[in-house]
Ligand binder design. Structure first.
Ligand code: TXA
Ligand code: MG
Length: 342
């Protein structure tokens, strides 16, 4: 199959993309978090195609994407908290898990009785979803195990020849996947940190539950918070090791290691870059900004893979505040939880 790449889509492109979705085909589209691989969420076969294209295990449920928060009532059992969160944070990078209605096939939810709902704010995503006029099931548009795509070129590299169309809307603004919360009994539990931070969620629901399971390795037999969290994620082929300690200690450790030409660095500041060989620095931010690090992280992890001579990469453990918590969560998984305390 030839994958059609559409740059700056027009209304007629959206109609063509929507026709592909209605017919059971697959269209990748940009969102403010990462690119999604969309299929008709009302068709079990479309979900099966998504799993096949990504090489993803089919017990890992998909998020359904809607143009408008009010549409959720057709597909799941809503409640006042859903609407309060939707009012505060959507359209935007928040996914909410609710009990599903029968019209959503089990193949979409990996057999679960719940379904994840998200209303993206990206204008291309919105125009595409509005043209589809049905729920679009979409995981991140990467091959399973690769970092989520933040550019159309990442999607093309992973999925060209496997899907019908890619809508190119430029770089994803946030760069990390949405915050996921589960809503039940008037309470919310944070399952995956993202750009809607715990601090922000607490303004709506002060007793936000938060399990540190997504921040540490699971012990044997322990159930993950979300089915997808048990799978290996984002790991570059080089070994990633995170350093915990004072800035001074981290910089001098990195400087010492830099004599080895097989060692690379994930740099979060100019002070770090200035000290190390430029050609082996993968820059996340010039000033330890959480937002910049989020936006650059997945592209940087993919760049490491373009340098096969680099076998080990060191990075600093990010501060777990605001969106930094989400950066920490993705980085620690990419590092397979390997941290050296200095
Ligand atoms: O920002 C995002 O959320 C992106 C864009 C494309 O919207 N999507 C995304 O999808 O990251 P995906 O499939 O890569 O990650 C969805 C996560 C998985 O870990 C999955 O297990 C979890 O959400 N999930 C989905 N439905 C669930 C449910 N009913 N209960 C618990 N976890 C669920
Ligand atoms: Mg994913």
């Amino acid at each position: 199959m030839e994958t059609k790449l559409i740059r700056s889509p027009s209304q007629s492109d959206y109609l063509e993309a929507a026709a592909i979705i209605r017919a059971g085909g697959l269209v990748a589209f940009p969102t403010e978090t990462v690119y999604g691989l969309g299929g008709n969420a009302l068709m079990a076969d479309a979900a099966k195609k998504i799993y096949a294209a990504k090489g993803r295990p089919s017990d890992n449920p998909l998020i359904i994407h809607l143009a408008d928060a009010g549409e959720a009532e057709k597909y799941c059992i809503t409640n006042p908290l859903y609407f309060r969160l939707a009012e505060a944070f959507t359209p935007g990078p928040l996914t909410m898990i609710l009990t599903k209605k029968d019209c959503i096939p089990d193949d979409v939810t990996g057999g679960l009785s719940t379904v994840a709902v998200r209303i993206p704010s990206d204008p291309v995503a919105h125009a595409f979803l509005a043209a589809c006029a049905l729920p679009v099931a979409a995981p991140s548009a990467n091959l399973s195990g690769k970092p989520s795509p933040t550019k159309a070129a990442h999607v093309m590299r992973d999925l060209s020849g496997r899907i019908d169309m890619v809508l190119d809307g430029g770089d994803s603004e946030i760069g990390l996947e949405s915050t996921i919360v589960k809503i039940d009994d008037g309470c919310i539990t944070l399952l995956r940190p993202g750009a809607v931070t715990p601090e922000m969620l607490r303004t709506i629901c002060p007793d936000l539950r938060f399990d540190d399971k997504s921040m540490r390795p699971l012990s044997e037999g322990e159930k993950p918070l979300a089915p997808g969290m048990k799978y290996r994620h984002y790991a570059p082929s080089a070994k990633l090791i995170l350093l915990d300690g004072s800035r001074e200690a981290i910089l001098s450790y990195m400087f010492e290691k830099s004599v080895d030409p097989t060692v690379g660095f994930l740099c979060d500041g100019e002070d770090m870059c200035a000290l190390l060989p430029r050609e082996r620095c993968f820059s996340l931010s010039s000033c330890q900004s959480g937002g910049e690090m989020a936006a650059r992280l997945f592209a940087a992890l993919r760049e490491i893979d373009d340098h096969p001579g680099i076998e080990t990469v060191f990075g600093a453990l990010p501060v777990r505040q605001g969106i930094g918590l989400a950066v920490y969560n993705r980085l620690i998984k990419a590092a397979g939880f390997t941290v050296i305390t200095l």
